[in-house]
Design a protein around this ligand. Structure first.
Ligand code: NI
Length: 227
C-alpha cells in the first residue's frame, strides 16, 4: 500500500524543524547506505547524533505518535529513529535501489525489519526543481512530491529513487517501520476496514453493526499482529 498522509507536522512543528535544519551541518549520505545503494546514492544527511538531528527526531516521533492515520496504516511495532537528508547542488540524487531489509536500532542491539519506508517532506515543492520520489511497485511507477509537512508511506520492498534536484534544496526526513502486521496485504485490509468504520460512524452513528465490525477489526488484528 502506498499512502500519502497530509499535515503530519503542524505549521509550528514544521517551522521549528526548518530552523533546526538551517543550523545543522551535513555529511555524505553514503555513510548509512548498503553496498548497492552506496553506488547510486549522492546526497547529504544529518549526522545521527548531532544536537539538531536528535531534536528533529523527537519532533517527528512526537508528531507520528499523535497521528491516528499513521498508526492505522503502519500498525507500528518499532520505528527506527528518523533521519534527515538534503538534495541540492552537486549532491542531488539517489538512483534506483531497495532499502536494506534489516537495520539496527542505535546501539546495535535490536534488529528492525523494514516493512514500511516513510518520507516526510520538509521543503515546499516550489522551493526546488526535480527531487521527485519515484516508487516502482506492483501498482506501477508513482512520482511523489508533497507539501512540506506531508508524508508518504510505501512498502519497504519497492524499488525507488530520488530524481536529480536541479534548482534549490529538497529537505526531507526518512525512516522505516517494522509493523506488527508483516504482510502489506493484511495491513491494507485492516486500514481499509478501519477507515470504513470511521466513515460509517460519522454518517450513521454507532450501531450494533459498527460494534460487530469493530470487533471483526480487532479480531483480525489479534490474528495477524505480532507484538
Ligand atoms: Ni531508499
Amino acid at each position: 500500500m502506498l499512502l500519502k498522509i497530509a499535515k503530519v507536522l503542524s505549521a509550528e512543528a514544521l517551522a521549528r524543524a526548518r530552523a533546526l535544519l538551517a543550523q545543522a551541518s551535513w555529511e555524505d549520505g553514503r555513510k548509512t547506505a548498503g553496498a548497492q545503494a552506496a553506488e547510486v546514492k549522492n546526497n547529504e544527511q544529518l549526522p545521527r547524533d548531532s544536537r539538531e538531528a536528535q531534536a528533529l527526531q523527537a519532533l517527528v516521533l512526537q508528531a507520528l505518535e499523535q497521528h491516528p492515520l499513521f498508526f492505522s496504516a503502519a500498525l507500528p511495532k518499532r520505528v527506527l529513529p528518523p533521519m534527515f537528508n538534503r538534495y541540492g547542488d552537486a549532491a542531488n540524487t539517489y538512483g534506483a535501489h531497495v532499502d536494506q531489509a534489516v537495520r539496527y536500532l542505535p546501539g546495535g542491539t535490536q534488529r528492525v525489519r523494514t516493512d514500511i519506508s516513510c518520507t516526510l517532506f520538509l521543503a515546499e515543492p516550489h522551493e526546488y526543481e526535480g527531487g521527485e520520489l519515484l516508487i516502482h511497485d506492483t501498482f506501477g511507477e508513482q512520482r511523489i512530491k508533497l507539501a512540506a509537512g506531508d508524508m508518504v508511506l510505501y512498502p519497504g520492498t519497492s524499488v525507488h529513487a530520488v530524481t536529480p534536484v536541479t534548482r534549490g534544496q529538497r529537505l526531507a526526513s526518512f525512516f522505516w517501520v517494522e509493523s506488527m502486521v508483516r504482510s502489506d496485504e493484511q495491513r491494507r485490509l485492516l486500514y481499509e476496514l478501519d477507515m470504513s468504520l470511521l466513515r460509517l460512524r460519522a454518517e450513521h452513528g454507532e450501531s450494533a453493526a459498527t460494534v460487530q465490525l469493530t470487533g471483526t477489526y480487532h479480531n483480525l488484528l489479534r490474528m495477524w499482529a505480532d507484538t
